[in-house]
Design a protein around this ligand. Sequence first.
Ligand code: PLP
Length: 407
Amino acid sequence: MIKINQNYLKLQTSYLFAEIGKRVAAHQAAHPDQEIIKLGIGDVTRPLPDACIQAFHRAIDEMAHSSSFRGYGPEQGYDFLREKIAQTDFKDRGADIHADEIFVSDGAKCDTGNIQEIFSTDIRVAIPDPVYPVYVDTNVMAGRTGACHDGRYEQLVYLESTSENGFVPDLPDQPVDLIYLCYPNNPTGATITRKQLKTWVDYARENKALILYDTAYETFIRDADLPKTIYEIEGAKEVAIEFRSFSKTAGFTGIRCAFTAVPKECRAYTTEGERHSIHELWHRRHTTKFNSVSYPVQRATEAVYSPEGQTQIRSLTEYYLKNAALILEKTRAMGFECTGGLNSPYIWLDCKMDSWDFFDRLLNEAGVVCTPGEGFGNCGRGFIRISAFNNFENVKKAMDRMAAVLG
Ligand code: PLP
């Protein structure tokens, strides 16, 4: 008899975006002439940087000739890309990460989801609340949790991010082994300082724990005082894995390219306390189950690191940051308390009421779609996430409509 992995039965229906879609469709059917502005889903809207397009074309042309054709590449990614990543994203920022510690992949979603596979199922996992849901669900699938009650799984340790702690959680009050952190944060848009990050690195070092640091929105950081990588923090190489993505950096959500940095010093232990290299385990997993990203995609990604590419991705993120600044200014002028919007494309707004009720009001009265915060965890109740991924004109119109209804 074929049996299922029963942990899957513990998963809660991921109804957030389906429910949003249903309510938007119902509203649209009732008001076919109203133009709806979507500031909900975190997907980019601007075209690819020209440097990437040119590199893509050149790589495709190479594939047309037997002299330059390429088949399978190295599973960890081509050296031409890994070297640029190591130099630009780490060494130039004083973080001593080498090309052979970079694993190129087709998404930070897959990497953050897959990495937990190399750890034991009896570890204690600490997860922020609110959170990017992939961290929770992949640990549920692996069997690291009990059942879910009122939005929370047994055995997970929830790190509450609230307005009181500035959406950077305090250290856990019970021992944990694996810690997920994400800054700039999805969904709150909050950032973490070097001092705060050092507290977590020190905790991990003292407790033989590991930090999974998701910094998919790193390119939106403009404040020089904020860390661009966890490896700026002394001692982090032993206790942290970092996830990056070109999705929001370069508009690659439909192209698919990301990478994970796993330093060779990074360690984990057997039940008997014997120390092992996480790099070796991940290398084994990645090269066994993954055949890397296509050659043209890696060439297009390499172009992100060219001088033109760097200028173009800066102006791309600048565009969304301008939207975010407008959302922040206008919603604050309406009297709301907000986080994010600076160094981040997300604004987390305290709506001081049920977040679905606020969502409905915004949709029905202003024709604007946001994301109810409770879809990201219990601490998201009473908040909504507004995304800056849209055209400036639409964002401006959405803010005017919101002000007319709520201001
Ligand atoms: N990590 C965070 C925090 C995200 O918000 C997202 C996408 O929304 C991802 C990872 C996924 O990135 P990718 O498109 O590289 O899979």
